[in-house]
Design a protein. Structure first.
Length: 363
């Protein structure tokens, strides 16, 4: 278990480094397009009668004040999908498990409204959050704590105060009560204390004042460990979302209708190169000579890979290309396992003496 926790710590560290690199890239991009380039910091006011520019002005936002910093809180009452008989009542208490509630605290930053960065990226924001989940079944599931990165943006704007937005969350969840043959045998859903956390949001945002935003919408969440440990049926929820965001440095005039339309700099089309390296571990389900169906093979298997992709950048928000991928999976050719005794149950092997234990065979 300690080894698994250490691997999850490494994954979280890599996610944090990716988040910090995105922040650095955003600042470098701003610096590139705002310093020493008059066309990037100039905006134009359009006459509603003639559609001709009538005056120019320079955006007074400095690089240090280019972001709005925000703190948000959310409550998400939810419904657990009954994807297993465990949720439908075949559990320790013999009653359905169908409700959840989570509370979230989030920090994020975004570009100021009515700037060309806001026009290009449609109010995009990024941040980090923590959430506490109550499944109302602590003895069998636990009350997990989530730590995640998130990003969102505007889909449609109805007026200066009301908009439709999306958001995704990605991180890890801690504190689950996993399957145990003796202490928690009914829970054949969650097999590890640490699980991945994935979430998508669709919500309405109403700017109540220069400082406060109200958010109401729907979300969907998924928890699983990616087959790093069995069982791994996963847990899925659909939730209502109600939240309040405090904007530290948003000005009152940024919520008013603006007749000044910032000029978006022409995008320099170019080719860029993406290199991705990844590594993980997994469990493997194999056929067993003494059992019907598949059972987990002993141990875990390493997975490594890379992806190299030349990408043509068509604009600020779209690029396409081809990729060369390579993957090494230690379990790729493992199909069957010969063992003198069948597993004690679906998730555990009854190991015979080492000299009688045959290895996994390939077919």
């Amino acid at each position: 278990m300690k080894g698994t926790i250490q691997k999850w710590k490494l994954v979280i560290l890599l996610d944090a480094l990716l988040f910090l690199s995105n922040m650095t890239f955003a600042k470098d991009t701003i610096n590139q397009y705002t310093e020493g380039n008059p066309i990037d910091t100039t905006a134009v006011s359009i006459s509603d009668k003639t559609n001709i520019p009538d005056r120019l002005y320079v955006d007074s936002l400095s690089l240090k004040r280019h972001f709005i910093h925000r703190i948000g809180i959310e409550a998400r009452p939810g419904y657990i999908f009954p994807t297993s008989s465990f949720f439908r009542g075949e559990n320790l208490n013999w009653k359905p498990i169908e409700n959840s509630l989570s509370l979230h605290l989030k920090y994020s930053f975004q570009f100021h409204p009515n700037t060309y960065n806001d026009r290009i990226y449609r109010g995009a924001y990024q941040g980090i959050g923590v959430g506490y989940y109550n499944m109302y079944e602590k003895p069998q599931l636990g009350n997990p704590l989530t730590v995640y990165l998130f990003q969102g943006a505007r889909i449609a704007r109805f007026n200066q105060r009301l908009s439709l937005n999306y958001e995704w969350n990605f991180g890890a969840s801690f504190g689950w009560k996993p399957y145990d043959e003796y202490d928690n045998p009914e829970n054949q859903i969650i097999g590890s204390k640490v699980n991945a956390y994935l979430n998508v949001n669709l919500y309405l945002k109403w700017a109540l004042s220069p400082k406060f935003d109200l958010m109401i919408g729907a979300t969907g969440s998924h928890f699983s460990n990616g087959n790093t440990q069995y069982p791994n049926s996963g847990l899925n929820t659909v939730d209502c979302k109600v939240g309040l965001v405090y904007n530290f440095n948003r000005r009152a005039d940024e919520l008013a209708q603006s007749w000044q339309h910032p000029i978006v700099p022409p995008f320099p089309r170019h080719v860029s190169y993406d290199l991705t390296l990844f590594g993980s571990w997994r469990k493997k389900a194999v056929a067993h000579e003494g059992s019907s169906g598949q059972v987990p093979a002993p141990g875990t298997y390493n997975v490594f890979g890379f992806s190299f992709a030349p990408m043509y950048n068509f604009g600020y928000k779209f690029r396409a290309g081809v990729a060369l991928d390579g993957v090494y999976d230690h379990s790729a050719n493992k199909r069957t396992a010969s063992i003198l005794r069948p597993p004690r149950n679906r998730w555990h092997w009854a190991y015979p003496p080492a000299e009688n234990l045959s290895c996994l065979t390939s077919r």
